[in-house]
Design a binder for this molecule. Structure first.
Ligand code: BDP
Length: 327
């Protein structure tokens, strides 16, 4: 090989390496998910990652970390907000303390049903919520179904008086502590990963969640009754750090968004089936599930929660009215 040729070869190799460099400049994103195998969100997040890889031809890669191994939900949210983790499957409950508009969905009994919640999210109120989140650095790409949350304790709950004096674990959000206090209970905010042990040792008397979470992390093994209060219907999202998403080319943005939307449709279909299955399984394991004949006393007890909240956040009144007036 003469000198000139080897210089040429070197130049070509450098050019190739640089080209290769472009390919290796692919986005490698880390995704947080609190759930484990057997939960609809875990399957949906896996599908999302596969679809992003396939449709962007590997230009965006998503590595999903299940089981909350990247940290608690409030910590992971903060990390996504600052861009230390790129995305996650989040519940809007713990987003409320960071994004005022997102707290709309954490008002007890604000939605009539899950379909009503989705109609609100897909309308004008949803746009305001999504913009507030994006401005805070947590951009929602698609919405997941998380059903309704109900109480589980060592006895049946039929009226707010049954909650009186009980220590109930809630997610991290002042609206939930006010909600439990307004029923006469003692709220105990706590990370999801600590709830089973707290129920087992009697550190708390109860908690509240949907059937898949109640089942999947074994809360049903350490309680006896699940009472269908359905006091909260909180959506979840695939949410991405706003700047990272906006730094993608328009084509990649479209592909990532489409993958999230497809994964969300899949999640909702899985939810429909698996939340029913979770209920059947916990009942088979001995959990007594009770309907609450009259939920009005629970709703009435929330008047003070709404009053205090709107007194502190008068600018949220418009959004609350918008949600309530959505058919
Ligand atoms: C589950 C949500 C999860 C929450 C958990 C909780 O999917 O995001 O962390 O409830 O209660 O239903 O903390």
């Amino acid at each position: 090989m003469n000198g000139r040729f080897s210089r040429l070869a070197l130049g070509a190799a450098t050019a190739l390496a640089l080209l290769g460099g472009t390919a290796s400049a692919a986005e490698n994103w880390r995704a947080w998910n609190i759930h484990t195998d057997g939960h609809p969100n875990t399957s949906a997040m896996d599908l999302f990652a596969e679809m992003v890889d396939a449709t962007t031809d590997g230009e965006v890669k998503v590595d999903v970390f299940h089981g909350g191994v990247l940290g608690s939900q409030p910590d992971a949210l903060e990390q996504v907000r600052i861009g230390a983790i790129e995305l996650g499957n989040f519940n809007l409950g713990p987003i409320g303390p960071m994004v005022k508009e997102a707290n709309l969905v954490s008002l007890p009994f604000i939605f009539k049903s899950v379909p009503h919640m989705f109609r609100v999210l897909e309308g004008e109120a949803g746009e305001v919520v999504a913009k507030g989140m994006a401005d805070a650095g947590i951009l929602p790409l698609a919405w997941f179904d998380a059903g309704a949350r109900s109480f589980y304790t060592q006895k049946a709950i039929n009226t707010p008086a049954d909650v009186e004096g009980l220590k109930i674990r809630v997610m991290n959000n002042n609206l939930y502590t006010s909600m439990i206090s307004a029923m006469g209970g003692n709220p105990s905010p706590m990370a999801f990963s600590e709830v089973q042990q707290a129920l087992k040792t009697g550190v708390v008397d109860g908690a509240e969640n949907n059937f898949p979470s109640f089942k999947n992390v074994g809360h049903y093994e350490v309680t006896t009754h699940y009472s269908l209060s359905e006091h909260l219907i909180i959506p979840e999202c695939i949410c991405v750090n706003t700047k990272k998403f906006e730094a993608l080319s328009p084509t990649l943005q479209k592909q990532v968004r489409a993958a999230a939307k497809a994964a969300a449709l899949y999640q909702r279909a899985l939810w429909e089936v698996q939340s029913g299955q979770a209920r059947t399984e916990v009942e088979a394991a001995g959990i007594k599930v009770n309907e609450i004949a009259d939920k009005a006393p629970f709703q009435d007890a929330m008047d003070s929660v709404y009053e205090d909240y709107l007194a502190e956040n008068p600018d949220m009144k418009k959004l609350v009215d918008l949600a309530k007036s959505t058919k």
